[in-house]
Design a protein around this ligand. Structure first.
Ligand code: ATP
Length: 301
């Protein structure tokens, strides 16, 4: 029997433009994805019986075949039947669920990286990412992590220079979740007239700002099209975002389709002071402190 433990990082979007529907059920997007060191721990162990089972310490995470970690394991087992073994998978959840932080995708990415290691598959990063793309648009990014420009449906990745410094605060109403399909549908209903004008080149300016690596400047250029539908539908998220800005953040943005909002602060002291005050002003909100990180999946043991 062999085993390994992987750390799987959450992602935030520093920039997200919806360019329009593609006709295959997906939307074309241009986005900048960034890993943060808020991470789930995934424990994988091979077992003699050729069965796969999954457990998770978070009640909202499915433990059936819809779990992205299990789906990733099944996909590799189908592709590599000779190397495949039975598995037990346990997920220690720290990334909030259905929060716009790609928690499920990061868990799927962890299984791809972990089984490449445990089953000695010898797959390259590009090969792992092509399997990842079959399971979800954010998963190829979760495999590589760091900072990247994502186009296509988000799976065509161009690595960008790593971001360092600053402190990221993540804030989420504990009892709120937002469905990504709802957010795309509503955006299409209200903003389809902008699709003809949108182009992938619009992200170039943000990428140039990123390259200068001046965090306060980056923070004022953060952009997410989903804010146009999510904030009007949930004014409490808009108030929370304003509260983060008023507390000294350089900038704040909805992550993905939400409901998590993140904010960028100059240092840990300021971030902790802000959280202490915001906890008093906004009940029912959970807060996390994180930093940018240059990896998606780390093999811990
Ligand atoms: P994304 O940003 O990629 O749209 P998200 O961060 O909004 O994702 P997830 O935490 O990935 O959301 O959860 C979305 C849904 O995926 C959950 O409601 C859950 O039913 C399902 N899911 C499947 N596998 C997992 C997993 N390993 N961890 C969390 N959720 C999972």
């Amino acid at each position: 029997m062999s085993q390994c433990t992987l750390a799987a990082a959450a992602k935030i979007n520093l920039y997200l433009r919806i360019l329009g529907p593609r006709g295959d059920g997906y939307h074309a997007v241009a986005m900048v994805l960034q890993s943060v060191n808020l991470r789930d721990m995934i424990h994988i162990a091979t077992q003699p019986r050729k069965e796969m089972s999954i457990t998770c310490d978070h009640p909202q995470v499915p433990t059936d075949t819809t779990n992205l970690a299990l789906r990733a394991a099944h996909l590799l087992a189908e592709q590599f039947p000779k190397q495949a073994t039975g598995l037990t998978i346990h997920i220690e959840k720290y990334i909030p669920v259905a929060a716009g932080l790609a928690g499920g995708s990061s868990n799927g990415a962890a299984l791809l990286v972990g089984l490449n290691h445990l089953w000695n598959l010898g797959l390259t990063l590009a090969e792992l990412q092509s399997y990842a793309a079959r399971l979800g648009s954010d998963m190829p990014f979760c495999v590589q992590g760091g900072t990247a420009l994502g186009t296509g449906r988000g799976e065509l990745l161009e690595p960008l220079p790593p971001l360092t410094g600053g402190v990221v605060v993540l804030a989420k109403f504990a009892n709120l979740s937002i469905s990504t399909p709802w957010a795309y549908r509503t955006y299409g209903e209200q903003f389809s007239h902008t699709f003809a004008l949108a182009s992938v080149q619009e992200s170039d300016h943000f990428v140039q700002v990123l390259a200068r690596h001046i965090l306060p400047e980056i923070a004022t250029h953060l952009h997410n099209d989903f804010e146009k539908v999510v904030l009007p539908a949930h004014p409490e998220i808009e108030r929370l975002k304003q509260g983060l800005l008023d507390s000294g953040a350089w900038g704040s943005l909805l992550s993905g389709s939400g409901p998590t909002v993140f904010a960028l602060y100059p240092d840990l002291t300021l971030a902790k002071q802000a959280i202490a005050q915001l906890k008093i002003d906004y009940s029912g909100v959970d807060f996390w402190v994180a930093e940018f990180c240059p990896w998606g999946i780390e093999i811990v043991t």
